[in-house]
Design a protein around this ligand. Structure first.
Ligand SMILES: *Cc1c(COP(=O)(O)O)cnc(C)c1O
Length: 328
């Protein structure tokens, strides 16, 4: 069976050294006092481009052959993967094309352009944008790099797991965000490769948790996409999923789901207590602890995965306004 090994992740780390930050891990006083065990926060939201996605994108871009590099890369993501890919390609001196629908807000478009990528605007949906990606692959020979179900992407995200265990060698439990599962697969493979006793738990929102529904069904299933504060965790896992479904099934110890109110409480805590600005997805590990959904009897490492949130939306959450609005 195809999978990503701890050796693949160590190679990825060498490949991306100097291209991504080694982010700090800090002890949270407030969460440690509250739970009676040391709770460490891995501050990956401070990564260049504002999320861990740069690790996978940098590794995937650096793994391309010389011929592929001259052709350039393409993706349909307007979120953190799109930003990361634009940045990684620019660093490598390569062409990057990000396809998006007409409905994508101007600020997201400007941000991707600012990072040096070409933007193609097509149609009125993510599906239309994906069709344009496939056309560019077929007609212009661009290389598609998907956001999670790709061995080099998973290995790149896994470099976070190596850092976590180096920074907290006695970690008993690691909490990671779970959407398409590239992040959780990579981290779990890395952590368990070094420290097999350490548990790894995935955290998603209740609204449209595709990997959880798929794990329960025993195979990839589609889910309805619903608006959520953890917008970076939206989307399916792909019905033809090749890697992340099996890796999450085999490596994760549990999956926890959270309500919108619980996610908002995580964002508030990060801001008010930890003085960190994180997006909804970035705060779900903290949120799972605050919601009382995690039992730990040893040191915990909680990943803060991203900070790309509209600051007006952030202000509404930390002032309490967004909670009732979204939970309705
Ligand atoms: C993409 C993303 C995730 C989820 O990663 P997957 O590999 O899709 O599971 C979590 N947090 C943030 C901030 C992200 O951008």
């Amino acid at each position: 069976m195809a999978t990503v090994t701890p050796d693949d992740i160590r190679s990825a780390r060498e490949r991306i050294a100097g291209k991504v930050e080694r982010t700090p891990t800090v002890l949270s006083q407030s969460l440690s006092e509250r739970f009676g065990v040391p709770v460490h926060l891995k501050l990956e939201h401070r990564q260049t481009t504002g999320s861990f996605k740069l690790r996978g994108a940098s590794n995937a871009v650096a793994s391309l052959s010389a011929r592929e590099k001259t052709r350039g890369v393409v993706a349909a993501s307007t979120g953190n993967h799109g930003r990361a890919l634009a940045h990684a390609a620019k660093l490598e001196g390569m062409r990057a094309v990000i396809c998006m629908s007409r409905l994508v807000p101007q600020n997201k478009l400007d941000e991707i352009r600012r990072l040096g990528a070409e933007v193609r605007i097509v149609g009125n949906s993510q599906d239309d944008a994906q069709q344009e990606v496939e056309r560019l692959v077929a007609e212009e020979g661009l290389v598609m790099l998907p956001p999670f179900d790709h061995p080099a992407i998973i290995a790149g995200q896994g470099t976070l797991g190596l850092e976590m265990i180096e920074q907290v060698p006695d970690a008993g439990l690691v909490l990671v965000q779970l959407s398409g599962g590239g992040l959780a697969s990579g981290i779990a493979a890395a952590v368990k490769g070094v420290s097999p006793e350490t548990k790894v738990i995935g955290v998603s929102m209740s609204r449209g948790a595709a990997m959880k529904a798929s794990l329960d069904a025993g195979h990839p299933v589609p889910v309805e996409e619903l608006p959520t504060l953890a917008d970076s965790l939206g989307g399916g896992i792909g019905l033809d999923n090749r890697l992340t479904f099996a890796m999450c099934r085999d490596l994760l110890d549990d999956v926890i789901l959270l309500s919108e109110d619980e996610i908002a409480a995580g964002v508030c805590h990060a801001y008010a207590q930890e003085r960190e600005i994180v997006e909804g997805a970035g705060a779900v590990g903290i949120a799972a602890l605050l919601a009382g959904k995690i039992r730990a009897n040893g040191p915990v490492v909680v990943l803060l995965s991203g900070r790309n949130i509209d600051m007006n939306a952030h202000r509404r959450i930390v002032c309490g306004a967004a909670i009732g609005e979204r939970a309705a």
